[in-house]
Write a protein that binds this ligand. Structure first.
Ligand code: GLA
Length: 725
């Protein structure tokens, strides 16, 4: 019996409570786990009724004719047992069939949580408790341990399980969903997801749930630009501030599948996990397999609250602790300013002007190693190019630091150009399929991270390169997706495990980096935001949100990303991509967009005019003194969505509600009109002063909404730094 998790013996009921939600299921006949409800902690749960229409629904003779497995809400549906909806787990047993019926064996409740071997997972705090339930299928001798972990203060519950082969012959896991949740009844509901593409990541898409199966996923070997593991299911009437919302995410960075199956008769089944495409796993007798962790939250307070639950959860339980409580450096990244054209002398001018203008870090992007003068050669050879850095990297890093800024460096550990020394030595270290010519993407192939020898080599190599000076920051890139996904290291019958084992290898390398360079920040990147997920956030506290730095586009990308992820996970740079930076209105707009995250710059700072340099120095001063703490720690509210209006407006409110930072951004100039900005959390009995204009706002006025006149001009944005007086 725990504080948040209870088992009521009298009615065989399991009850999981968070601060505001309640999740419950019961054990029928000592055998089946039947879902009861996932609802508000204070609400009386709705009674759900089993559909009386049970024709064509199988029943078992032992259970009797009033128990139809296809018509009940379930915690862990098996395969081929008369439940025609999607299974949580499908295994092929020693007899060649896939039939399972998982029956309760025992359970335990304990404080904290267990670690997931080799996988990222959410860290426990004092409000964390776990329920572990053992189930077994008597015929296949397959045992499953279901884990439910409660993160009470954030209203989040996580789910995963371990499958153990207790039989005498191998089993094959053919479908594996970490979380399966049945919602009762036929309700009008919407599905919200974040589809996108390279350069236009994470658009908010809200569509009605139809009868049948819908969902999304990735077969790219990465969570990808195209899909994101976050999704939500909400009542059709749910808004930002009201309505039932269920949010989901997956602590994993590779292939995944999310599914919503709406059935006419009984339920909506929601699942997320590794799925069945590009994945199967051979389980020898005595072996166990642990799925990655999936997380869910529930609120009656609309989409805004769901977002805040996840933001809090990510801040408290996912992001690396080492980088949580120190200000993030404002970086000067060299990519868009210089591409591959870099050398010691040029980089030192960047470092100098970064220091002069108040930036904290030089991040030297691609082009510093091997024969990397373009993207056709050199990947894999992690030794500095002696022509560009004649004195070596340590001397260069010392010189950068002597200028007064920290030193960061770009790496792409998982990739290789065929034109590289590493490839010439070890062509067999790439992913590939026997007899087929491997496809290239950005002139590169993918190292076989499923092979421990490759991971060990990379550790050794990076240790050597960075041994005598430790970078303060790594930008860890990954610039292509998988094809012909096979591993020459794995036997024939394990080829389907390649993509998953690849991710385990990547996580192993990330964990090594965190340990070997404990003070360094790792910025994750995959051609921008191609691996924007909770798995990556476990090791890297910020992610290069998109290669698209055009502010008008970035507004949407950032707004979409923040549906599920807190602002500080987004690296956002002011760039000169549109060659408009000398225009002060544009520069200010680009800054107003970029500060909504972890601010940085990506332009040729030494070549910028004095006026621009001074403006940038002023931006950084303002960001550091007044804004960063609110954006890092504040609660986030959406006001106007760029997916529904030509504007974007949102605000951050400090935990004690004394400060509000409101931003309004117009996508382009228009004939002026008035728009209303409503701040639902403003204190209606308080008064606020705007630090920018000195104007006073009444709290009730902010709550009800105040009007703003839009502008004819392009690049129009406005901010309010409101302080309670
Ligand atoms: C990717 C990244 C860019 C940059 C280049 C370097 O495209 O997203 O920011 O680092 O690689 O090659």
């Amino acid at each position: 019996m725990g504080t948040y998790i209870r088992y009521h013996r009298n009615n065989n009921l399991f009850e999981l409570r968070t601060q505001n939600s309640r999740y419950s299921f019961f054990l029928r006949d000592g055998q089946y786990l039947i879902h009861s409800f996932y609802t508000d902690r204070r609400k009386k749960p709705e009674e759900h009724t089993v559909s009386p229409r049970v024709h064509f629904s199988p029943y078992s003779e032992e259970q009797g004719k009033d128990f139809f497995i296809n018509n009940i809400l379930r915690e862990f549906p098996g395969f081929e047992e008369g439940d025609y909806r999607e299974a949580a787990l499908k295994i092929r047993n020693q007899n060649g069939d896939c039939c399972t019926r998982f029956i309760y064996k025992k359970h335990q409740i304990f404080p904290g949580r267990q670690e997931l071997p080799g996988l990222p997972f959410a860290e426990a705090d004092e409000t964390t408790e776990t329920l572990a339930i053992t189930l077994e299928d008597k015929i296949s001798k397959c045992e499953v341990m279901l884990y439910y972990t409660v993160f009470a203060a954030c209203d989040v519950i996580s789910r995963y399980y371990t499958v153990t082969n207790r039989g005498k012959a191998p089993l094959r896991i053919e479908r594996c969903m970490s979380l399966s949740l049945d919602l009762s009844g036929r309700r009008e509901m919407d599905w919200i997801s974040l589809p996108g593409q390279y350069f236009y990541e994470r658009n908010i898409q809200r569509v009605p749930i139809f009868e049948g199966i819908q969902g999304c996923g990735s077969r790219r070997g990465a969570s990808s630009h195209y899909s994101n593991p976050f999704f939500a299911v909400c009542n059709r009437s749910a808004t930002e501030t009201k309505g039932d919302v269920y949010g989901f995410n997956f602590v994993y960075s590779g292939n995944f599948q999310t599914q919503i199956e709406a059935c006419r008769e009984s339920s909506i089944r929601i699942q997320t996990g590794l799925g069945q495409d590009c994945f199967s796993w051979l389980l020898e007798p005595g072996e166990s397999f642990t799925t990655p962790e999936a997380v869910m939250t529930y609120t009656t307070k609309g989409l805004g609250q769901m977002t805040r639950n996840f933001h809090r959860f990510i801040r408290n339980h996912i992001l690396p602790k080492e980088t949580q409580h120190t200000p993030r450096p404002v970086v000067l990244n060299t990519w868009e300013a210089s591409y591959f054209d870099i050398d010691e002398a040029k980089m030192l001018t960047f470092a100098e002007s970064a220091a002069k203008n108040g930036l904290d870090m030089l991040v030297m992007d691609d082009g510093w190693f091997g024969a990397r003068n373009h993207d056709r050669a050199g990947l894999g050879d992690w030794q500095p190019n002696p022509e560009k850095f004649p004195n070596g990297l340590k001397a260069f890093a010392d010189a950068v630091r002597a200028k007064g800024v920290q030193f960061g460096v770009w790496i792409e550990p998982e990739m290789i150009n065929p034109d590289s020394n590493l490839y010439r030595e070890h062509p067999e270290w790439c992913l590939g399929v026997a007899g087929r010519r491997p496809s290239l993407s950005r002139n590169q192939r993918i190292l076989d991270m499923a092979n421990p020898a490759v991971v060990a080599y990379l550790k050794e190599m990076f240790d050597q390169t960075f041994r005598d000076f430790e970078p303060d920051y790594f930008k860890w890139d990954m610039n292509r997706n998988m094809s012909e996904t096979g591993s020459s290291f794995l036997p024939l019958q394990r080829q389907d495990e390649t993509a998953y084992r690849y991710m385990l290898g990547v996580y192993d390398l990330f964990a090594w980096f965190r340990k070997r360079f404990p003070h360094a920040i790792i910025e994750n990147c995959s051609g921008g935001g191609g691996r924007y997920d909770l798995g990556m956030m476990k090791y890297s506290c910020q992610i290069w949100t998109s290669d698209n730095t055009i502010p008008e586009d970035r507004v949407r990308i950032q707004f979409g990303s923040m549906m599920a992820y807190p602002a500080e996970t987004m690296s956002c740079h002011v760039s000169n991509r549109k060659h408009l930076t000398e225009d002060s209105r544009y520069l200010n707009y680009a800054y107003q967009v970029a500060l909504n995250g972890t601010l940085g710059y990506e332009l040729h700072l030494p070549n910028m005019s004095q006026t621009v340099q001074q403006a940038i120095a002023e931006q950084i001063r303002e960001y550091k003194t007044h804004l960063e703490f609110l954006i890092r720690q504040g609660n986030y509210y959406r006001v106007l969505s760029p997916f529904e209006t030509p504007y974007s407006a949102y605000y951050f409110e400090s935990e004690d509600q004394s400060h509000i930072l409101l931003t309004f951004l117009q996508n382009k100039g228009e004939t002026p009109r008035t728009v209303k900005l409503k701040l639902p959390s403003a204190d209606q009995n308080a008064r606020y002063r705007d630090r920018y204009t000195g104007e006073i706002y009444e709290g009730f006025q902010l709550k009800k909404g105040f009007t703003l006149t839009t502008s004819e001009a392009n690049h129009f944005g406005r901010m309010w730094a409101l302080e309670k007086i």
